[in-house]
Structure formats: structure tokens, C-alpha cells
Design a protein around this ligand. Structure first.
Ligand code: DOR
Ligand code: ZN
Length: 420
């Protein structure tokens, strides 16, 4: 039993009390029972849900592991994380899915819902054993980290996943157009003399994948395609059109594509190297408009930790990825809180990801899982990567002043994170 006092529900100024028992919300404003935690006037919401994080286990634990990644997620206010399968080995076998779930369950941080590979070894040629992977607990299928070059294999994967009621997520970039681009192709890449990755690489791939979905829809309905980390205005417009036609497609946008642009690469710092790359301010604004008009279904971070040594290599050699699961909410709230409003922002990070996955939408009602976050919406704090629980203790936003820091995260009624 656990009681949190002095908290506000979104949209209300009343100070209330919530009690959790046996992993669920027992009720509101009951007499305090069990351990009592003072919420200090913070705002309570269902814990955030992350559909896209690289936790690097198995095999790449110098970058991150389940414990550090899920602790970092809880510190970021997340109660549930979908981990990407581009590990070593690739998560393409039921035993690997089971091992991850078992290990994460004992940690007491965010809940883990591992994604499994769509194809064996994420090689894009042979489908993985999707039914057995689902049975083992895989949450979705994706070859993220790689692209699905073989369109027929993707088609077959969508058909197979449809029969299982599962979502297929895609990293949508045409590999041949992307080539060896290390940043967005445009005036900045030309000026810097760096190989560019054109917007067309993403748009062309999204167009292809949407055609496959449209085709499958004519043959018996909904193959569920989720487009990951959409970065360009053009690709977003394609998704908007597809949705208007009623196609079963969803998409996510990452805070880094909303807050950073290709201008950051003028530093020649691989901290800013990410795939798909940071685009233009016009793209970022278009993506934000897509959040507001509902074309973008949800936010996801694509938390992609690498070692500092790897990210200190030059731009051509360094791996892609930005890790910031601990500051995604404060970043979004500080930069876009006024334009989005609290309820929309929370929806994009909690209920909306659940809808994408077909999960029960989290609520604050009695009987709902006691996966909760308390957010301090007002106090400004500087981003100090040295305090990150993630192994990647560096970030593009170091030193920035942000508001909206989580102070407490409960998962199943247990404290998964509490700010000192
Ligand atoms: O920037 C990225 N990093 N994009 C990806 O698709 C993969 C990810 C990683 O695994 O580091
Ligand atoms: Zn990706």
C-alpha cells in the first residue's frame, strides 16, 4: 500500500491524494495508508509510454543495459518501454524475448515490452518466427536500426503480423538513396562538404510502404504499419494522405527532430549524428503542425545510446543515435508546452502510444494499473548529464534550463524512480 499526497490532476488546482494497492489505483482522497509520499504539489499523470528505445541488451552493454536503460526511463517518467531488437545477437528468437522479459521484471524500474525482429538477423530476407515471438511476449515486430529493402518480405511480414494482430514498425529510409549520408542533404551539408542523406530517401520509402499497405487493404483489411521517427515534411504529408484514405497507418515523431536542425552539424560533433538525420527548421515546424492536427500519432524518443568514445569519433565514422530518455518530457514541455497544452502533450506520450499498440489506454481511474508519474511543471533545472542514469552521460541539451522534471515514477504501485 502506498499513498501520495498533495498532487494535482491535469487541469485542476485541487490538491488530492491517491492510494495504490496491489499494483492498481485503489482510489482518490482516501485516508492515507501504508507508505506516504508527499507529492509536493506536483501534477500526476499515467506514467509515460515509450515505443522506441535502444536498451542494447544483449551484447552491447557497454552502451546501455536493461538496468541502466529502464532506470533512465523511469527517471524520465516512463512506466513502459518498447526496446528495439537491433542488439547482438538480434532479438529474433523466442528465448531471447523471454530472457529479456524475465530479467527486466526483477529490476523494479520501467516495464519492458521487447520488440522482436521482423526478419531473421534483421537481414531483411527471411521472416522471423513471428507467431512464436508473439507467444514469447514480443510487443511488435521491427527491423529498426536497419531498413526493409526487400519490399516483398515486408509485404509478407505485414500479412503475417496482421493474422497475429500485431504492429509492424519500420525505419523508413531508402538505403540506396541514403547511401553514406551522415547528415541531411541540403545547403548546410553542401557548405560543410559532408555527404548528405536526402529527404527523398525517407519520402520514397514511406510512399512504397504505404502502397503495400493500400494493396493489402484491398485483400482483406488492416495490416498495421507504424512509421518510426518520421523526420521530413514530405513523408508526413504522405502519411496524412494515407490516413485520409483510411489506411491503417500510424506514425511517431521524436523530440530531437522537433528541437534540433541540420544547423547543429556545423559543430562537426557526432553528438548530432542520428538516423534519420536532423532536418531543416521548416521540417521541424511541419512535424509540430502534424502533432497539433493529429497526423502524428505519438511521440517516441529513439533513445539510442552509444559510448562516449564512439560518439567522439569523426562524423563519417561515429555511429548514429541520440540518447535522452531522461529529459524527453521536460524538453517537450519547456519548448512546446504552450503550443501543445498539457493534456495534448501527455496524450502524445501516454495514451497515444497505447492506442498505436492496441493496448488499454492508461487512466487515473480506480482499478487502473498504478503506473504513475508526478511532474514538477514549474521548477527550472539545468540539464546535467553527469546525473543521468543512462550510461550515455552526454546530450545535445546539456546546460539547458528545462521545466517539467519527473519527481516520482510508480510502476505497478512500486517506486521505480524518486528524485533525491
Ligand atoms: O540514429 C539511430 N540510431 N537510428 C537508428 O535507426 C538506430 C539507432 C541505433 O541503434 O543506434
Ligand atoms: Zn530507426
Amino acid at each position: 500500500m502506498l499513498t501520495i499526497t498533495n498532487i494535482k490532476r491535469p487541469g485542476s488546482n485541487a490538491l488530492e491524494t491517491v492510494t495504490a494497492e496491489n499494483g492498481v489505483i485503489k482510489g482518490w482522497n482516501l485516508p492515507p495508508e501504508g507508505e506516504v509520499i508527499d507529492g509536493q504539489g506536483g501534477t500526476v499523470a499515467p506514467a509515460l509510454i515509450e515505443l522506441h528505445a535502444h536498451l542494447r541488451e544483449p551484447g552491447q552493454t557497454e552502451k546501455e543495459d536493461l538496468a541502466s536503460g529502464l532506470a533512465a526511463a523511469a527517471a524520465g517518467g516512463y512506466g513502459t518501454v518498447v526496446s528495439m531488437p537491433n542488439t547482438s545477437p538480434v532479438v529474433d528468437e523466442p528465448a531471447l524475448v523471454r530472457a529479456l522479459i524475465e530479467k527486466a521484471g526483477g529490476l523494479g524500474f520501467a516495464r519492458l515490452k521487447p520488440a522482436a525482429a521482423l526478419t531473421k538477423g534483421q537481414q531483411g530476407e527471411q521472416l522471423a518466427e513471428l507467431a512464436f515471438l508473439k507467444e514469447a511476449g514480443a510487443a511488435m515486430f521491427t527491423d529498426d536500426g536497419r531498413t526493409n529493402e526487400n519490399a516483398r518480405v515486408l509485404r509478407l511480414g505485414l500479412e503475417y503480423a496482421r493474422s497475429l494482430g500485431m504492429v509492424v514498425s519500420v525505419h523508413a529510409e531508402d538505403a540506396s538513396l541514403r547511401a553514406d549520408g551522415v547528415m541531411h542533404e541540403g545547403p548546410v551539408s553542401e557548405e560543410l562538404g559532408l555527404p548528405g542523406n536526402p529527404a527523398a530517401a525517407e519520402a520514397a520509402r514511406v510512399a512504397r510502404d504505404l502502397e503495400i499497405v493500400a494493396q493489402l487493404c484491398q485483400h482483406g483489411g488492416g495490416a498495421r504499419l507504424h512509421v518510426q521517427h518520421l523526420s521530413t515534411a514530405r513523408a508526413l504529408d504522405l502519411v496524412r494522405e494515407a490516413k485520409a484514405r483510411g489506411l491503417p497507418v500510424t506514425c511517431e515523431v521524436c523530440p530531437h527532430h522537433l528541437t534540433l536542425t541540420d544547423e547543429a552539424l556545423r559543430s562537426f560533433d557526432a553528438l548530432y549524428k542520428v538516423a534519420p538525420p536532423l532536418r531543416t527548421q521548416a521540417d521541424a515546424e511541419h512535424l509540430l503542425a502534424g502533432l497539433l492536427d493529429g497526423t502524428v500519432d505519438c511521440l517516441a524518443t529513439d533513445h539510442a545510446p552509444h559510448t562516449r568514445a564512439e560518439k567522439e569519433r569523426d562524423l563519417l565514422e561515429a555511429p548514429s543515435g541520440i540518447a535522452y530518455i531522461e529529459l524527453a518530457f521536460p524538453l517537450m514541455w519547456t519548448r512546446f508546452g504552450e503550443r501543445l497544452g498539457l493534456e495534448k502533450l501527455l496524450d502524445l506520450m501516454t495514451q497515444a502510444p497505447a492506442r498505436v499498440m492496441g493496448w488499454h489506454e492508461p487512466t487515473l481511474e480506480p482499478g487502473a494499473p498504478a503506473d504513475l508519474v508526478i511532474l514538477d511543471l514549474d521548477t527550472e533545472r539545468e540539464v546535467n548529464p553527469a546525473t543521468f542514469l543512462s550510461k550515455a552521460k552526454f546530450t545535445p541539451w546539456a546546460g539547458e534550463t528545462l521545466r517539467g522534471w519527473p519527481t516520482l515514477t510508480l510502476v505497478g504501485g512500486q517506486v521505480a524512480y524518486r528524485r533525491e
